[in-house]
Structure formats: C-alpha cells, structure tokens
Write a protein that binds this ligand. Structure first.
Ligand SMILES: Nc1ncnc2c1ncn2[C@@H]1O[C@H](COP(=O)(O)OP(=O)(O)OP(=O)(O)O)[C@@H](O)[C@H]1O
Ligand SMILES: [Mg+2]
Length: 208
C-alpha cells in the first residue's frame, strides 16, 4: 500500500527540504521504493536532485494558494510506494499536506522563533486532522541541534511538552549543507544513526 509522508513547518529554514531528502535517502538504503514530491515553488528539493545524483525520483508538483484540491488529486494519483512531500513554509501548505498524509514530519530548530512556529504548525495540523477520519501520527524532529549546548537540551524538553512524538535530534552538521550543494545524499555513520532515529519510528507507523 502507498504511504505519504508530509514534511511541514510554517516557518522557513527549519530543515524541511534537508530532512525530506535525507529521510528519503535513508528509506532508500533500507530497500524501500521511495520518491520525493517537491511541492515548494522555491524548488529546493528539485535543485538538490538537478545534478542527477540522487537514487530516487524528485518530481515537482508545486502547491499554490487556493489550489489544494487540484494539488491533492495530483498527489493521490502519483505512483510510488513511499512518497515524501517537501512543502513550502506557510500554513496553507500545512493544511493541504496533512490532508493527504499518512505520517507528518515537523522539523524544528532550537530557535525560539521556530518553537512558537512549531506550536502554531501543530494547531494547523490538529485542525487538518479534525477534518479527516484517519489518525495522522506526527513526528517532531529537533534539527540543527548541538546537544552540548543548553539550547540543544532545552529544545528536546520543550518539544516533549507539545503532545506529539519527538524523535532523536538531528545534529548541526556541515555534511547536510554540503550534500545539498553537491546534489548527493548526506553520508557517514553518525548521520545513518541519527536518521535511523526518524526512519525507524516512521516505518513502524507505516507498517502498523
Ligand atoms: N542538520 C543540519 N545541519 C546543518 N545545516 C542544516 C541542517 N538542516 C538544515 N540545514 C541548512 O539550513 C538551511 C535551511 O535548511 P532547509 O532548506 O532544509 O530548510 P527548509 O525548511 O526547507 O527551508 P524553506 O522553508 O526555505 O523551504 C540550509 O542551508 C540547510 O543546508
Ligand atoms: Mg525547503
């Protein structure tokens, strides 16, 4: 059965594109048939894929204001086993992406601005969920975290109070920035371990 994972956050720059591509890469390495849909008219995921070095397909299905219905039809008719949607940073996109999702992933950096945007994003997710019969598990991902700093520890505690599932943090690593620049997947043992902290619970939910 096909599963859709929507990566959302109403604030820009929290790591949606980085996590969408990195999660797709980790699922691919685990043998899953995965593809990414770039719903952001900024086209960051499509740019990441442009050099042709990613091992899965990234297709552009941009989401425009007021077009959620048509967009959802395009998403539902897309082929694939696991589809990960990278979304633009606004509330309209959160609603549209949650409406088509089996699982939601919400990255949040240790900045106070991200935390309040995360609370607002969770309210938008709750509203979109209330219009559906299906439960939509939501994973909060602390991103760009330095666990040695106070902010790094505080973000995990703060996210734990929001009533959703909190994943292991993703560290701040140049490897993620360089992977985007080079059009490749982020590599390395530390990265595999931290991405497993997201992909394993997501796969459990999909399997259940
Ligand atoms: N864990 C990380 N470590 C280091 N840099 C990171 C990490 N996650 C994201 N970044 C960097 O932060 C910047 C923003 O990340 P990204 O583009 O993934 O965010 P976004 O939420 O998709 O942004 P937008 O809302 O503009 O689409 C990029 O330069 C990216 O390389
Ligand atoms: Mg992005």
């Amino acid at each position: 059965m096909r599963s859709v994972i929507s990566v959302v956050q109403r604030k820009g720059g929290a790591g949606k594109t980085t996590i969408a591509i990195s999660l797709a890469g980790d699922l691919y390495r685990r043998g899953m048939l995965v593809d990414v849909i770039d719903a952001d008219p900024q086209r960051s995921a499509a740019e990441w894929a442009a050099p042709g070095r990613l091992p899965f397909r990234v297709s552009e299905v941009p989401l425009q204001y007021g077009q959620a219905g048509n967009w959802a039809n395009l998403i539902r008719s897309a082929p694939g086993s696991i589809t990960i949607i990278d979304t633009p940073p606004h509330e309209y996109a959160v609603g549209a992406a949650v409406a088509v999702a089996d699982v939601v992933v919400l990255p949040c950096t240790p900045s106070g601005l991200d935390l309040s945007a995360t609370e607002e994003t969770i309210s938008a997710i709750a509203f979109a969920r209330s219009k559906r019969d299906a439960d939509v598990p939501t994973f909060l991902v602390p991103n760009r975290v330095d666990p040695r700093t106070l902010e790094g520890q505080q973000i995990v505690d703060a996210l734990s109070d929001l009533g959703e599932i909190v994943c292991n943090p993703i560290a701040s690593r140049l490897a993620y920035v360089r992977a985007f620049s080079a059009g490749i997947l982020p590599k390395g043992q530390a990265i595999s371990i931290e991405l497993a902290g997201l992909s394993e619970p997501v796969l459990e939910v999909i399997a259940s």
